[in-house]
Design a protein around this ligand. Sequence first.
Ligand code: ZN
Length: 176
Amino acid sequence: MQLIITAGHNRKDPGAVYAGRNEAEETIWLRNAVTQSLRERGAQVWNDNDAWDLSQTITEIRKISQPGDIICDFHFNAGGPTATGCEVFVADDANATELALAKSLVDTIASTLIIRNRGVKRERDSQHKKLGMMRPPGLNVLVEVCFISNKYDMQQYDTFFDLLVEEMTNVLASKF
Ligand SMILES: [Zn+2]
């Protein structure tokens, strides 16, 4: 089993941008930290390349992923000034293992950052209705860590970053 940990967005598509921070850079930073932490535990981790766009990332994952692999894509949410919290997306036809993994991740992130728990959501409830990252074989979860547009969320994220990496590593390296 390998862990496929990817950073949402890329150099051409920075994703959400707010107060001088952009989603693509934040997700790379988090992906690298979680990857390093997982590798220190002996986990086999595969990352996307920062030069790839979404379709190339999906193409490359399809070449290597197996049904038992975790495919975890990091994102940050954006919304109005009061929008806050963590949510994790799964496929519309997610299986019990994917749902359990997603719930464990969203519960862990929300409690570690002390932010609202928006729960596990289906891809049909996302703004795009369909999420390409849900398609490659594996246990697919897309994590919206917190709102890059919310000052409190990002303050909590910065304050508890190291703990968050450790707690996410515990979830990703556990029974799944
Ligand atoms: Zn995103």
